[in-house]
Design a protein around this ligand. Structure first.
Ligand code: NAD
Ligand code: IPM
Ligand code: MG
Length: 370
C-alpha cells in the first residue's frame, strides 16, 4: 500500500514524539511492505517564527494532498504573550476547523504493568476500557463573540458556548455507532442543570437513542463524571461530550492509565481525511531533554493505520509491541516513581522497534516452515 502522510511536528516535545512515531511507522512499512511517504509541514510556534502565522496556507495544502495527518503538539512560553491570532494554539484549532475534524476519539486503555503508577485502588485495572468522544470543532472554543469588552464601564471578556443541532447530532451519532461496536453503552456528559446548549444536547441524545435500540444511553453531569472517572472508571464504555468538557475529562482520564504521555487520539472528519495526535501538549518543562513519553504519539500512529488505512494487523502489531515493552518493565520517566529507573524517549522508541523486528523475524521463520 502506498500512502502519503503529512507530519506536523509542532513545538516542544511535539518534535521528539513525532520522530518516534515516524520511526515506528517506517518499521511497519518495511515489515509489512507498505510504502509510507512522510512530508513535513509547519504549525504552531515554529510556523509563527518562520512564516508569521500559526497555520500557513502551505500546511493546509499539504494536509489536503495527503492520505492522513500526524500532529505532534503546539505551544510554549515563547509565544504565551502573543496576541490571540498569533498564538500557536490558533494553528491547532485552525487545522481542526479547516479539515472539519469534528470527532476526536480518545481511547483510554490500561496496562497491568502500570498498575503501580495508576491511582486505581478498588478496581481491577484490566476492567477499564473506555473511549472519550470529544466534539472538536464547535462549542466554547469556537463560539462568537469571543473577545475583550467593556461592560458597565468595566473591563470584561466574553466567550460563547454555541452549538447547532447538526453539530450535536453528528458527534452523538459517532458515539452511538462506536458503542455498537463495543459494549453498547453511551454516557452523554453535559451540564444540563445549568446550560441551555446542554439541554438541547440531551434532547437530541434522547431522540437519537431510539435509532440505536442496542445501545443504552445514560446522561451524566460533567462534575459528577469527573468524580466517577476516578471512583469507578470501569462503569464507562463510550463517553460523549462537548469540546471543552472533553478536553478536561481526557487529561483527567489519562491518569487512570498512568500518564498523560500514554494517550493517543484520532480526529475524524466525514471527508475521509483524518488527523492523529497525542492528547498531551508540547510539555515545555521537559522539552529538548529526551524525557518525553512517545507512546501516545506512537499509538496515534496505530490509530491512523486502523482508521485511515484499514491496516488492522499492523495497528495491532504496534499496540502489542507497546504492551510488550511495558510488560518487560521498561518505562519513561513519567511512568515511574523511581528516579533512577527509566529510559529516554529515543530508547523507548528503539525498544518498541526491537519488538516489532523480533515479531517480524519470528513470522519469517514460521513462514519458511510452511
Ligand atoms: N494538542 C496540543 O498541541 C496541545 C495539547 C495540550 C497543551 N498544548 C500546549 O502545550 C503547552 C504546555 O501546556 P501544559 O503544560 O498545560 O500541558 P502539557 O500536556 O504540555 O503538559 C502537562 C504536563 O504533562 C507532562 N507531559 C505531557 N506530555 C508528556 C509526555 N509525552 N511524556 C511525559 N510527560 C508529559 C508535562 O511534562 C507537563 O508536566 C501550552 O502551550 C498548551 O497550550 C498543546
Ligand atoms: C492546545 C489546546 C488548544 C488543545 C485543546 O484544548 O483542544 C489541547 O489541550 C488538546 O487537548 O488538544
Ligand atoms: Mg487538552
Amino acid at each position: 500500500m502506498k500512502k502519503k502522510i503529512a507530519v506536523l511536528p509542532g513545538d516542544g516535545i511535539g518534535k521528539e514524539v513525532a520522530n518516534g512515531a515516524i520511526e515506528v511507522l517506517k518499521a511497519i512499512g518495511q515489515y509489512y511492505k507498505h510504502d509510507f511517504e512522510f512530508e513535513f509541514g509547519l504549525i504552531g510556534g515554529e510556523a509563527i517564527d518562520k512564516c508569521g502565522t500559526p497555520l500557513p496556507e502551505e500546511t493546509i495544502e499539504l494536509c489536503r494532498s495527503s492520505d492522513a495527518v500526524l500532529l505532534g503538539a503546539v505551544g510554549g512560553p515563547k509565544w504565551d504573550k502573543n496576541l490571540p491570532e498569533l498564538r500557536p494554539e490558533k494553528g491547532l484549532l485552525g487545522i481542526r476547523k479547516e479539515l472539519d475534524l469534528f470527532a476526536n476519539i480518545r481511547p483510554v486503555q490500561t496496562y497491568k504493568a502500570l498498575q503501580e503508577i495508576s491511582p486505581l485502588k478498588g478496581e481491577k485495572i484490566e476492567d477499564v476500557d473506555l473511549v472519550i468522544v470529544r466534539e472538536l470543532t464547535s462549542g466554547l472554543y469556537f463560539g462568537k463573540p469571543s473577545e475583550r469588552i467593556v461592560s458597565d464601564g468595566e473591563e470584561a471578556a466574553v466567550d460563547t458556548l454555541f452549538y447547532k443541532r447538526k453539530e450535536i447530532e453528528r458527534i452523538l451519532e459517532t458515539a452511538f455507532q462506536m458503542a455498537q461496536k463495543r459494549r453498547g453503552k453511551v454516557t452523554s456528559v453535559d451540564k444540563a442543570n445549568v446550560l441551555t446548549t446542554s439541554k438541547l444536547w440531551r434532547e437530541i441524545a434522547e431522540e437519537l437513542a431510539s435509532k440505536y435500540p442496542d445501545v443504552t444511553l445514560e446522561h451524566m453531569l460533567v462534575d459528577n463524571a469527573a468524580m466517577q472517572l476516578i471512583r469507578m472508571p470501569s462503569q464507562f464504555d463510550v463517553i460523549v461530550t462537548e469540546n471543552m468538557f472533553g478536553d478536561i475529562l481526557s487529561d483527567e482520564a489519562s491518569m487512570i492509565t498512568g500518564s498523560l504521555g500514554m494517550l493517543p487520539s484520532a480526529s475524524l472528519s466525514n471527508s475521509g481525511l483524518h488527523l492523529y495526535e497525542p492528547v498531551h501538549g508540547s510539555a515545555p518543562d521537559i522539552a529538548g531533554q529526551n524525557l518525553a513519553n512517545p507512546v501516545g504519539m506512537i499509538l496515534s500512529g496505530a490509530l491512523m493505520l486502523r482508521y485511515s488505512f484499514d491496516l488492522h494487523e499492523e495497528a495491532r502489531a504496534i499496540e502489542k509491541a507497546v504492551k510488550h515493552v511495558l510488560d518487560s518493565g521498561k518505562c519513561t520517566r513519567d511512568l515511574t516513581n523511581n528516579e533512577g529507573a527509566f529510559i529516554h524517549t529515543t530508547e523507548m522508541v528503539e525498544e518498541i522497534k526491537e519488538v516489532l523486528a523480533n515479531d517480524y523475524a519470528l513470522l519469517n521463520i514460521i513462514d519458511s516452515y510452511e
